[in-house]
Design a protein around this ligand. Structure first.
Ligand code: 13P
Ligand code: ZN
Length: 268
């Protein structure tokens, strides 16, 4: 028995996570257990799910997150591989319930798979999204090679330098990632300070770059979160390909960027 049985909407949601996990592996962004995904699945929760007993002890979140009261999440398991999750999402991830104190959670299905070590960032971000009335339900952390490489250079860590460069590589990047790329200075993986710094930037950006580590993206569903990272990393690849051919790419001109911003009705 699985929590997904006879729940097509929930099964579809988790199936989409599995599909994206496969793409992350194929792209080389998910070495070993690299990266993690959480999805707020509360809208798919029925009385039978609410009545399910816990299959773990209550575990501390590490913060009190008042907007998560009564919420349920699908979480990738810590130390689990994306390439395994792609085939067996309920053996490499689990469903958790946030307890009424908003400071603890318990695992309820299918197996007691311990959630990702980046849970502090994921849950703090979901708490923030709900507090803002955001329709976003999915968060993705992954290790895209070219974007991480760029984060090793101080120049690209200055506010909006990488955003403008990446937008100018190909018109669609601004169209499909209109809020650009926020920058988070290096912090210890899995730490609360990393979670807090990420939230600060999500007011202005859907995708943030964790210096020398990876990206953290939010969107309505996990496919759209993946798409935003994919278009940004594609631009980084174009930039690097041009550099490898021995020249600095011109990039779209300011006039071309402006024309496209108006035509696609994008934010400035
Ligand atoms: P987990 O295996 O705990 O999800 O960690 C992977 C990772 O990328 C940490 O930043
Ligand atoms: Zn990571």
């Amino acid at each position: 028995m699985s929590i997904l049985d006879n729940r097509p909407a929930l099964a579809r949601e988790v199936g989409q996570v599995a599909e994206v996990a496969g793409y992350l592996w194929q792209k080389g962004w998910a070495e070993r257990n690299g990266g993690n995904i959480t999805v707020n699945i509360t809208e798919h929760v029925d009385d039978a799910i609410r009545a399910l007993p816990a299959i773990s002890e209550p575990k501390a979140i590490g913060a009190t997150l008042p907007h998560l009261k009564g919420c349920y999440f699908y979480c990738k398991g810590t130390n689990k591989r994306m390439r395994d999750l792609a085939r067996w999402p309920m053996e490499n991830g689990s469903v958790i319930r946030i307890l009424d104190d908003c400071a603890h959670y318990e695992i309820i299905a299918d197996l007691p798979v311990m959630p990702t070590s980046e849970l502090p960032s994921h849950l703090a971000v979901h708490n923030y999204l709900i507090s803002k009335g955001s329709p976003y339900k999915a968060s993705l952390h992954t290790h895209p090679i070219e974007l991480v490489a760029m984060s090793h250079c101080k120049k690209y860590l200055e506010k909006d330098v990488a955003t403008r460069l990446l937008w100018s590589m190909i018109p669609e990047t601004k169209a499909f990632c209109p809020r650009g790329l926020g920058i988070i200075p290096y912090q210890l993986p899995g730490s609360n300070i990393l979670a807090e710094s990420t939230i600060k930037e999500l007011g202005d950006y859907d995708v943030t770059l964790w210096e020398k580590h990876g990206v953290f993206a939010v969107e309505a569903d996990i496919m759209q979160a993946f798409d935003q990272v994919d278009v940004l990393n594609k631009s980084a690849q174009i930039y690097i390909a041009a550099k490898n051919m021995g020249f600095e790419p011109d990039g779209m001109t300011d006039a071309q960027m402006h024309e496209m911003t108006v035509a696609f009705k994008l934010p400035k």
